[in-house]
Design a protein. Structure first.
Length: 264
Protein backbone atom coordinates (compact mmCIF):
# COMPACT_ATOMS: atom_id res chain seq x y z
CA UNK A 1 0.00 0.00 0.00
CA UNK A 2 1.39 3.37 -0.99
CA UNK A 3 1.61 6.21 1.59
CA UNK A 4 -0.90 8.25 -0.38
CA UNK A 5 -3.44 5.43 -0.28
CA UNK A 6 -2.86 4.88 3.43
CA UNK A 7 -3.71 8.40 4.57
CA UNK A 8 -6.23 9.40 1.91
CA UNK A 9 -9.72 9.73 3.33
CA UNK A 10 -12.71 8.84 1.16
CA UNK A 11 -15.69 11.14 0.99
CA UNK A 12 -18.18 10.04 3.68
CA UNK A 13 -21.37 8.40 2.49
CA UNK A 14 -24.19 10.85 1.98
CA UNK A 15 -22.03 13.98 1.94
CA UNK A 16 -22.31 14.77 -1.75
CA UNK A 17 -23.33 17.96 -3.43
CA UNK A 18 -26.99 17.37 -2.62
CA UNK A 19 -26.15 18.19 1.03
CA UNK A 20 -24.37 21.43 0.13
CA UNK A 21 -26.55 24.55 0.75
CA UNK A 22 -26.61 27.31 -1.92
CA UNK A 23 -23.33 29.24 -1.93
CA UNK A 24 -24.82 32.74 -2.25
CA UNK A 25 -27.18 32.13 0.65
CA UNK A 26 -24.33 30.89 2.83
CA UNK A 27 -22.12 33.86 1.97
CA UNK A 28 -24.92 36.26 2.90
CA UNK A 29 -25.68 34.34 6.07
CA UNK A 30 -22.07 34.20 7.27
CA UNK A 31 -21.59 37.89 6.40
CA UNK A 32 -24.73 38.71 8.37
CA UNK A 33 -23.52 36.71 11.36
CA UNK A 34 -20.20 38.55 11.24
CA UNK A 35 -21.95 41.94 11.20
CA UNK A 36 -24.15 40.91 14.14
CA UNK A 37 -21.00 39.80 15.97
CA UNK A 38 -19.30 43.16 15.43
CA UNK A 39 -22.47 45.12 16.29
CA UNK A 40 -23.01 43.08 19.43
CA UNK A 41 -19.49 43.78 20.63
CA UNK A 42 -20.01 47.49 20.05
CA UNK A 43 -23.27 47.41 22.01
CA UNK A 44 -21.38 45.89 24.93
CA UNK A 45 -19.02 48.87 25.08
CA UNK A 46 -19.45 51.81 27.43
CA UNK A 47 -19.40 49.93 30.73
CA UNK A 48 -15.87 50.82 31.78
CA UNK A 49 -16.31 51.03 35.55
CA UNK A 50 -18.35 47.82 35.70
CA UNK A 51 -15.86 46.02 33.45
CA UNK A 52 -12.92 46.91 35.70
CA UNK A 53 -14.86 45.91 38.80
CA UNK A 54 -15.76 42.56 37.26
CA UNK A 55 -12.14 42.07 36.23
CA UNK A 56 -10.98 42.45 39.82
CA UNK A 57 -13.66 39.99 40.93
CA UNK A 58 -12.58 37.39 38.38
CA UNK A 59 -8.94 37.82 39.40
CA UNK A 60 -9.84 37.30 43.06
CA UNK A 61 -12.02 34.28 42.20
CA UNK A 62 -9.19 32.61 40.30
CA UNK A 63 -6.89 33.07 43.28
CA UNK A 64 -9.57 31.63 45.59
CA UNK A 65 -9.88 28.62 43.26
CA UNK A 66 -6.09 28.24 43.26
CA UNK A 67 -5.90 28.41 39.48
CA UNK A 68 -2.38 28.83 38.07
CA UNK A 69 -1.36 32.44 37.67
CA UNK A 70 -1.53 33.93 34.17
CA UNK A 71 1.82 35.53 34.94
CA UNK A 72 3.63 32.17 34.66
CA UNK A 73 2.59 31.85 31.01
CA UNK A 74 3.47 35.45 30.24
CA UNK A 75 6.89 35.12 31.85
CA UNK A 76 7.64 32.21 29.51
CA UNK A 77 6.68 34.30 26.48
CA UNK A 78 8.81 37.23 27.60
CA UNK A 79 12.01 35.17 27.49
CA UNK A 80 12.48 36.21 23.87
CA UNK A 81 11.15 38.88 21.54
CA UNK A 82 10.50 36.34 18.77
CA UNK A 83 8.32 34.17 20.99
CA UNK A 84 6.17 37.00 22.30
CA UNK A 85 5.82 38.47 18.80
CA UNK A 86 4.72 35.06 17.55
CA UNK A 87 2.07 34.95 20.29
CA UNK A 88 0.84 38.44 19.42
CA UNK A 89 0.70 37.54 15.73
CA UNK A 90 -1.16 34.31 16.44
CA UNK A 91 -3.72 36.23 18.49
CA UNK A 92 -4.19 38.87 15.79
CA UNK A 93 -3.99 36.83 12.59
CA UNK A 94 -5.23 33.27 13.18
CA UNK A 95 -8.63 33.69 14.88
CA UNK A 96 -10.83 34.68 11.93
CA UNK A 97 -8.86 33.09 9.02
CA UNK A 98 -8.66 29.66 10.68
CA UNK A 99 -12.39 29.61 11.42
CA UNK A 100 -13.25 30.81 7.90
CA UNK A 101 -10.94 28.19 6.35
CA UNK A 102 -12.61 25.51 8.48
CA UNK A 103 -16.07 26.46 7.22
CA UNK A 104 -14.91 26.70 3.60
CA UNK A 105 -13.24 23.28 3.81
CA UNK A 106 -16.37 21.73 5.28
CA UNK A 107 -18.54 23.34 2.61
CA UNK A 108 -16.35 21.94 -0.18
CA UNK A 109 -15.24 18.58 1.24
CA UNK A 110 -17.76 17.63 3.95
CA UNK A 111 -20.98 19.44 2.98
CA UNK A 112 -23.07 17.05 5.05
CA UNK A 113 -21.43 18.41 8.21
CA UNK A 114 -21.12 22.05 7.16
CA UNK A 115 -24.52 23.19 8.44
CA UNK A 116 -23.93 21.40 11.75
CA UNK A 117 -20.65 23.22 12.32
CA UNK A 118 -21.99 26.58 11.19
CA UNK A 119 -24.98 26.30 13.52
CA UNK A 120 -22.78 25.30 16.45
CA UNK A 121 -20.43 28.24 15.84
CA UNK A 122 -23.39 30.61 15.53
CA UNK A 123 -24.88 29.30 18.78
CA UNK A 124 -21.57 29.76 20.64
CA UNK A 125 -21.17 33.27 19.26
CA UNK A 126 -24.73 34.32 20.07
CA UNK A 127 -24.47 33.04 23.64
CA UNK A 128 -21.09 34.76 24.06
CA UNK A 129 -22.53 38.09 22.91
CA UNK A 130 -25.31 37.80 25.49
CA UNK A 131 -22.69 37.24 28.20
CA UNK A 132 -20.63 40.16 26.88
CA UNK A 133 -23.66 42.40 27.32
CA UNK A 134 -24.60 41.00 30.71
CA UNK A 135 -21.10 40.80 32.16
CA UNK A 136 -18.62 43.30 30.71
CA UNK A 137 -15.10 42.31 31.73
CA UNK A 138 -11.78 44.09 31.44
CA UNK A 139 -8.94 41.80 30.31
CA UNK A 140 -6.02 41.24 32.71
CA UNK A 141 -3.68 43.45 30.61
CA UNK A 142 -5.82 46.46 31.63
CA UNK A 143 -5.81 45.67 35.35
CA UNK A 144 -2.79 47.00 37.29
CA UNK A 145 -3.32 44.56 40.19
CA UNK A 146 -2.49 41.56 37.93
CA UNK A 147 1.07 42.77 37.31
CA UNK A 148 0.72 41.68 33.67
CA UNK A 149 1.81 43.75 30.68
CA UNK A 150 0.11 44.40 27.35
CA UNK A 151 2.49 42.38 25.18
CA UNK A 152 0.88 43.49 21.92
CA UNK A 153 1.34 47.16 22.76
CA UNK A 154 4.96 46.67 23.90
CA UNK A 155 6.20 44.23 21.26
CA UNK A 156 3.58 44.28 18.47
CA UNK A 157 1.64 43.58 16.45
CA UNK A 158 -1.46 44.93 18.19
CA UNK A 159 -5.09 44.88 17.06
CA UNK A 160 -6.31 47.22 19.79
CA UNK A 161 -5.98 50.91 20.40
CA UNK A 162 -6.53 52.75 23.69
CA UNK A 163 -9.72 51.30 25.25
CA UNK A 164 -11.49 54.68 25.48
CA UNK A 165 -10.77 55.54 21.84
CA UNK A 166 -11.11 52.14 20.16
CA UNK A 167 -14.04 52.36 17.74
CA UNK A 168 -13.45 49.00 16.04
CA UNK A 169 -13.71 46.56 18.91
CA UNK A 170 -14.98 46.18 22.44
CA UNK A 171 -12.05 45.46 24.73
CA UNK A 172 -14.37 44.80 27.68
CA UNK A 173 -15.85 41.61 26.15
CA UNK A 174 -13.37 39.16 27.62
CA UNK A 175 -15.83 36.68 29.14
CA UNK A 176 -16.10 34.22 27.45
CA UNK A 177 -13.15 34.07 25.05
CA UNK A 178 -14.39 33.58 21.49
CA UNK A 179 -10.78 33.13 20.43
CA UNK A 180 -10.69 29.92 22.46
CA UNK A 181 -14.30 28.92 21.80
CA UNK A 182 -13.93 29.10 18.03
CA UNK A 183 -10.54 27.33 18.11
CA UNK A 184 -12.01 24.51 20.19
CA UNK A 185 -14.98 24.14 17.83
CA UNK A 186 -12.66 24.03 14.80
CA UNK A 187 -10.60 21.25 16.38
CA UNK A 188 -13.66 19.24 17.46
CA UNK A 189 -15.22 19.64 14.03
CA UNK A 190 -12.12 18.45 12.17
CA UNK A 191 -11.68 15.49 14.52
CA UNK A 192 -15.33 14.54 14.08
CA UNK A 193 -15.41 14.57 10.28
CA UNK A 194 -11.99 13.07 9.45
CA UNK A 195 -10.59 9.59 9.95
CA UNK A 196 -6.82 10.05 9.92
CA UNK A 197 -4.99 8.72 12.97
CA UNK A 198 -3.28 12.12 13.18
CA UNK A 199 -6.53 14.09 13.38
CA UNK A 200 -6.11 14.51 17.16
CA UNK A 201 -3.25 16.89 16.43
CA UNK A 202 -5.92 19.49 15.64
CA UNK A 203 -6.23 19.91 19.41
CA UNK A 204 -2.96 21.81 19.21
CA UNK A 205 -4.91 24.76 17.77
CA UNK A 206 -7.04 25.39 20.88
CA UNK A 207 -4.09 24.54 23.13
CA UNK A 208 -1.83 27.11 21.46
CA UNK A 209 -4.72 29.57 21.42
CA UNK A 210 -5.22 29.09 25.16
CA UNK A 211 -1.56 29.76 25.93
CA UNK A 212 -1.58 32.77 23.60
CA UNK A 213 -4.70 34.48 25.01
CA UNK A 214 -3.48 33.97 28.58
CA UNK A 215 0.18 34.77 27.93
CA UNK A 216 -0.64 38.00 26.10
CA UNK A 217 -2.93 38.97 29.02
CA UNK A 218 -5.96 39.30 26.77
CA UNK A 219 -7.97 36.75 28.76
CA UNK A 220 -8.25 35.05 32.14
CA UNK A 221 -8.26 31.27 32.51
CA UNK A 222 -11.94 31.49 33.41
CA UNK A 223 -12.71 33.18 30.07
CA UNK A 224 -11.51 30.03 28.30
CA UNK A 225 -13.40 27.74 30.68
CA UNK A 226 -16.60 29.67 30.03
CA UNK A 227 -16.05 29.38 26.28
CA UNK A 228 -15.47 25.63 26.55
CA UNK A 229 -18.74 25.29 28.48
CA UNK A 230 -20.60 27.17 25.72
CA UNK A 231 -19.09 24.89 23.06
CA UNK A 232 -20.22 21.85 25.05
CA UNK A 233 -23.76 23.22 25.33
CA UNK A 234 -23.89 24.08 21.64
CA UNK A 235 -22.76 20.58 20.64
CA UNK A 236 -25.38 19.08 22.95
CA UNK A 237 -28.13 21.10 21.26
CA UNK A 238 -26.95 21.05 17.63
CA UNK A 239 -26.89 17.40 16.65
CA UNK A 240 -24.43 15.99 14.15
CA UNK A 241 -26.05 14.77 10.92
CA UNK A 242 -26.70 11.07 10.59
CA UNK A 243 -26.39 9.95 6.99
CA UNK A 244 -28.27 6.94 5.73
CA UNK A 245 -26.13 3.89 4.99
CA UNK A 246 -25.16 3.20 1.41
CA UNK A 247 -27.78 1.21 -0.51
CA UNK A 248 -27.13 -2.51 -0.82
CA UNK A 249 -25.87 -3.63 -4.23
CA UNK A 250 -28.54 -4.90 -6.58
CA UNK A 251 -27.90 -8.58 -7.47
CA UNK A 252 -27.25 -9.24 -11.13
CA UNK A 253 -29.99 -11.25 -12.90
CA UNK A 254 -29.20 -14.85 -13.76
CA UNK A 255 -28.60 -15.78 -17.37
CA UNK A 256 -31.54 -17.49 -19.05
CA UNK A 257 -31.28 -21.21 -18.62
CA UNK A 258 -28.68 -21.03 -15.84
CA UNK A 259 -29.13 -23.74 -13.24
CA UNK A 260 -29.85 -22.63 -9.72
CA UNK A 261 -26.87 -23.47 -7.49
CA UNK A 262 -24.67 -24.31 -10.47
CA UNK A 263 -22.02 -21.93 -9.21
CA UNK A 264 -21.77 -23.52 -5.78
Amino acid sequence: MHAREKFEEPEPTGSGTRDRPPLVRELLLVAGLFLVYKLGRRLAAGHTAEAYRNGREVWDLERALHLPGEGAVQSSLLHGDALVQFANTYYAAVHFPATAAFLVWLYLRRPGHYVWARRALAAVTAAALVLHLAYPLAPPRLLPLTGLVDTARLYGPSVYGPPDADQLSNQFAAMPSLHFGWALMVAIGLIAVTRSARRWLWLLHPLVTLLVIVGTANHFWLDALAAAALVGLALAVVRRPRHAPAPAPVPRPRRPGALVGAGR
